[in-house]
Design a protein. Structure first.
Lengths: 502, 311
């Protein structure tokens, strides 16, 4: 991002200023105008309940899709497609940008690729290392020895440090790898139009049917190059070993993605996803100087195709790691930093608005709608838990005797309590769904963990505050103050199942 | 997918409709408005919050029995003055007039309903002329004037036992006072002060009951100093201090003009407040309130100030 462009700098201030403005305004109101504050709180609470019920319904619909399409033989479906849609003419380029992830993380990801129900002679795999990482060459050699022969193509790339215009981001590494892949594909005379590229986090283990599913959707889409393909990210790799709060955060993140998959007009790529390689080349790859490369690449394509670009949900999972560490506090810090990095997606806002202003091909309605969606989702992320948990009691504590003798002063805690009790019903659905989406309990994990996975939901209100709103507000504040974030990969811990090892 | 999006759109608009329709009702309820179905208008009302001790009382508002019992909140009450009756079986009814204001809460949260037949129980086994309750030790002490013994029981009157005895004074003691350390008891009439020890069997042998005679005047009141060793004596002649031991000599702190003074002793600050008559500039006597500090820090006993009569 060009930090010296003034209009963009002003745009960077807007999200943080709005979030802080809302919070401070509510605090001010609770002191000076507690009745007005209470009215706003009740409006917000009611809005939040209605919204939660609505979103939970969407979650249930997404879950239904996921369940229905589970175990579907997508390759067989591809084979049944009309002759004009030849799945065998399609190639898959899979890029794993790696930073410090070790073999314990990378090997299962590549093994999952190898186990896919899809012809490996149609798959080109690139493990994209950072040159600055000391163990990169050694890891590359070991993995090449194990996996090179399994695929049509296998390449280890080493992204040089300090390329002008680049930041140390995942996007820069992935872009370097994609450019190498371009040469590889050209040498094999493979047309870019026939290639679907999947950029996966290093810990991503795909479902065996993933590439069948992706191929089917790519071939059946009306304009396949004008779409990204987004699977449902789940964090099942080590979920049984993660601490309760980390597990809950990641389950909630998966559920949010499932909900988003139902809201197509707002749906933006997140984390591991796939898209046309032709489109990727056309839009000049991923951004090399932004942290949130996974969503910015969508907006680049959206702008390139003048607004005619969409995200197609794939109701199939890609499994990643829950971020956790050796002790409670380290895990909190890791989780917090990961969520702050996700929330740094707010950098898309100035990026998008500044490009919208120069774009005459996209309608104003679309520009306003998409900008609003982006801004609203991030502002809501930053303030909702703070309003529900911290601002709601303020008029009662700060309103004084005057407020307590008013009807609304008496009714506020009762109404908010009643409204929030409604969310218990929706929470129950979330708990049930979380149980059904959990993988089987690995050997060696005690059965009591089954009970823990249900009881742990009582800590959700604290989690949403500490690992929900706070990192989002932090990210927006940093952007507002021009304290730009660098990409910091999340530490991943994979506990090896001893029984499995035997 | 298209069908799903149609369902989603339906759900979205349904949610929006629920929000738009539901919000005015929730807000009006919160602000104390009542929706009148007949007129389709909102009227601002008030609330009555009731809490009684004990709970479970029937509530009559303007003589109409409500379908709720205390503790309760009567909502949507139109502004005005109401006759409120609270009735609980075997308890005195409570009634009052309450004013309800629009948009406000009328709180009646400290209502006590007293029982019709109070639960009275005799605790003493012997005759008694004085008692005191030591809550820290869950004990009641009784003075039996006939056998000149002090008894102790628990708070229910059980486990009664003799703990000490005292020497009789004549005429009979007018007041009994326990020392701050709860180990000594003084009693007095107009010329004598008796002191006895509670549970003397656990004490030194010298701690036996004794009498201090006061023949200089008429004793009005006697107070324990906070050290539980000195006694502040107020007589019709003056204010004196003496030690709580046999043959103790009294020391006059203040001579009084007023023969029948009234006084109050604050044991926390060891301060005596008393009335005395003093001659004013016009030559007449007027009553004034004085404060005498006798704390060990503020008033060492060896540095006494003696006021002369009429000074």
């Amino acid at each position: 991002m060009n930090k010296h462009r003034k209009p963009e700098r002003y745009l960077e201030i807007i999200p943080g200023a709005l979030s802080w403005g809302i919070i401070l305004f509510m605090v001010f109101l609770s002191i000076r105008q507690p009745i007005a504050c209470a009215v706003l709180i009740i409006i917000f609470d009611f809005y939040w309940i209605v919204r939660t019920i609505y979103l939970t319904t969407l979650l249930f619909m997404a879950y239904k899709n996921l369940s229905q399409q589970k175990n579907r033989d997508w390759l067989a479906d591809c084979q049944r497609l009309s002759p004009g849609k030849d799945w065998q003419g399609l190639y898959h380029l899979i890029i794993f940008p790696v930073y410090k992830e070790g073999l314990d993380i990378l090997r299962p990801s590549l093994e999952a690729l190898k186990q896919c129900c899809y012809p490996k002679e149609r798959m080109v795999v690139i493990v994209a290392f950072e040159e600055r990482h000391a163990q990169a060459k050694e890891s590359a050699e070991i993995l090449e020895a194990e996996f090179k022969s399994a695929f049509l193509g296998y390449l280890s790339t080493f992204h040089p440090d300090g390329i002008p215009g680049e930041k140390r981001t995942k996007g820069a590494n992935a872009t370097w790898a994609a450019k190498q892949a371009k040469e590889l594909l050209s040498s094999k005379s493979i047309s870019y139009e026939d290639v679907v590229v999947s950029c996966f986090d290093a810990d991503t283990c795909v479902d065996r049917q993933y590439f069948g599913c992706l191929t089917y959707h790519f071939l059946t889409s009306p304009s396949p190059h004008q779409a990204s393909y987004q699977p449902i990210p789940v964090y099942n790799n080590n979920i049984w070993y993660a601490p309760s709060f980390a597990r809950l955060v990641e389950i909630s993140a998966s559920f949010c993605q499932m909900i988003e998959s139902m809201r197509l007009e707002k749906f933006v790529t997140f984390s591991s996803h796939s898209m046309s390689f032709k489109t990727l080349v056309d839009i000049d790859y991923w951004p090399v100087d932004m942290v949130s490369d996974d969503s910015v690449v969508y907006w680049k394509a959206f702008l390139f195709y003048k607004g005619n670009y969409r995200v197609v949900p794939l109701y199939i999972t890609v499994s990643m790691d829950v971020a956790y560490s050796s002790n409670f506090f380290k895990t909190i810090v890791i989780q917090y930093r990961q969520k702050r990095r996700w929330a740094w997606g707010i950098e898309n806002f100035p990026f998008l608005i500044s490009r919208f202003s120069n774009n005459k091909d996209i309608s104003w309605v679309t520009k306003i709608r998409r900008s609003f969606h982006l801004l609203e989702s991030h502002i809501t992320w930053a303030v909702w838990a703070i309003i529900l948990m911290l601002i709601t009691p303020l008029p009662i504590f700060l309103g004084g005797a005057f407020f307590s003798q008013m009807s609304i002063g008496y009714n506020l805690p009762k109404i908010t309590g009643l409204l929030l009790n409604f969310t218990l019903g929706t929470s129950l659905i979330w708990i049930i769904l979380s149980r059904t989406t959990l993988p089987a309990r690995p050997p060696g994990v005690k059965w009591i963990k089954n009970v823990v996975t249900i009881i742990e939901w009582v800590i959700v209100p604290f989690i949403i505050l500490i690992l929900g709103s706070t990192p989002a507000l932090d990210a927006q504040t940093r952007l507002m103050l021009a304290r730009y974030m660098e990409f910091s990969p999340t530490e991943k811990t994979r506990r090896i199942n001893k029984n499995k090892q035997k | 997918m298209y069908r799903e999006q149609k369902i989603r759109a339906f759900l979205f608009y349904l949610s929006a409709l629920v929000f738009i329709i539901g919000l005015p009702f929730i807000l009006s309820f919160a602000l104390g408005y009542k929706f009148d179905r007949r007129t389709f208008k909102f009227t601002k009302t008030g609330l009555i919050v009731l809490k009684t001790q004990p709970s479970g009382a029937d509530i009559y508002l303007d003589k109409k029995l409500l379908n709720i019992k205390t503790p309760a909140t009567i909502t949507e009450v139109l502004p005005g003055r109401y006759q409120l009756n609270l009735e609980l079986e075997k308890h005195y009814p409570w009634f009052n007039e309450v004013d309800v204001e629009a948009g406000k809460v009328t709180r009646l949260e400290k209502v006590i309903l007293f029982p019709l037949r109070p639960n009275i129980k005799q605790l003493n086994k012997e005759r008694l002329s004085f008692f005191w309750v030591d809550e820290d030790k869950d004990s009641i002490y009784y003075i039996d004037p006939e056998d000149k013994n002090i008894y102790k029981s628990d708070l229910e009157g059980g486990r009664s036992e003799q703990v000490s005895s005292f020497i009789e004074i004549a005429p009979a003691a007018v007041k009994w006072k326990l020392s701050p350390d709860r180990e000594k008891l003084l009693y007095f009439n107009i010329h004598q002060i008796g002191i006895t020890y509670l549970q003397p069997q656990n004490k030194l042998s010298e701690e036996t009951p004794f009498i201090l005679n006061y023949s200089d005047g008429r004793i009005i009141d006697v107070f324990w100093h906070s050290d539980s060793y000195h006694i502040i004596l107020v007589s019709n002649r003056g204010i004196e201090v003496l030690e709580a031991r046999p043959q103790a000599k009294n020391l006059t702190l203040v001579n009084l003009n007023k023969r029948n003074t009234s006084c109050l002793y604050d044991i926390h600050t060891d301060t005596l407040y008393f009335l005395d008559s003093q001659r004013a500039a016009d030559g007449n006597f007027y009553d004034n309130l004085y404060k005498l500090e006798v704390g060990a820090k503020t008033f060492p006993f060896q540095e006494l100030i003696k006021l002369s009569p009429n000074e």
